[in-house]
Design a protein around this ligand. Structure first.
Ligand code: AMP
Length: 249
């Protein structure tokens, strides 16, 4: 069984991003970048399935500029067998990413595609669902557990107020939630070895996909600064404030 994992290069989780002065976008110049945390979980799951003898190959795919090679090397160091960069300098919106991944899936014929449940930069949470629809395959989004058996995948999904289990015929598309696993620590020797591995390359043009943006970003603004808090001298004062001054925002 072949597993395709989509990995996005995003601003590091710990970086506080700022809006550009002209409000046109987020300023990512000179900030630390890394693998999208949910994609690392997706990769970990694919590699565990391989280690358990349920999968034969794990292919990591990233779309974006040449710099995305670093997240692909991270994927190889974790244990992915192959890495593919679909290189483009175009602004990629979720529908374009889904179309490119569909084209890659058309070539590679994976039995399972695992994505992150969302990219922490755009927080769209759309690519997995769009990809499943474009491929005409079943989808198990927000997975907290995955079990493969008899050409089917059973996915426990995080839903409001609990969990739901769905059974999908393979090939299928699954997205990883936080509780699916804790990704392994990548050791330095593995990173060094991954540096020697070949990263395959393609482009949206070669795959025959038009990635032109369909949505126009109108404005990016930072949240209003939080107002300073006040200290109260007694429980009575607190209750009075809650009763007379507190407002539901
Ligand atoms: P989103 O719908 O943008 O929140 O992204 C959901 C998931 O799609 C991510 O967690 C990734 O697995 C995948 N994805 C989105 N953009 C890219 C990209 N540029 N390259 C590779 N995978 C991506």
């Amino acid at each position: 069984m072949k597993i395709l994992v989509a990995v996005k290069r995003v601003v590091d989780l710990n970086v506080t991003v700022r809006a550009k002065a002209d409000g046109s976008d987020v300023d990512v110049g000179n900030v630390k970048m890394g693998i999208n945390p949910f994609d690392e979980i997706a990769l970990e799951e694919a590699i565990r399935l391989k280690e358990a003898g349920r999968a034969s190959e794990v292919l990591a795919v990233s779309l974006g500029e040449a710099a995305c090679q670093d997240v692909l090397r991270h994927a190889l160091a974790m244990g992915a067998d192959r890495a593919l960069l679909v290189e483009t300098s175009a602004e990629l919106q979720p529908l374009a990413v889904a179309k490119v991944l569909k084209a890659v899936a058309g070539r590679e014929a994976p039995d399972l595609v695992i994505l992150g449940k969302q990219a922490i930069d755009d927080d769209a949470g759309q690519v997995g669902q769009m990809l499943a629809a474009l491929l005409g395959r079943g989808q198990g989004m927000f997975a907290s557990a995955i079990e493969i058996a008899d050409k089917r995948v059973e996915v426990v999904r995080e839903i409001d107020g609990g969990s739901e289990t769905v059974s999908l015929a393979l090939p299928a598309v699954v997205s990883a939630d936080l509780r699916l696993n804790a990704p392994r620590f990548v050791k330095l020797p593995n990173l060094m070895m991954a540096k020697k591995k070949t990263i395959e390359s393609s482009s949206p043009e070669e795959l025959g996909v038009d990635v032109a943006p369909r949505l126009k970003r109108v404005k990016v603004a930072e949240p209003a600064p939080r107002q300073a808090g006040v200290k109260v001298a007694s429980v009575e004062e607190l209750i009075a404030k809650l009763r007379n001054e507190a407002k539901v925002l």
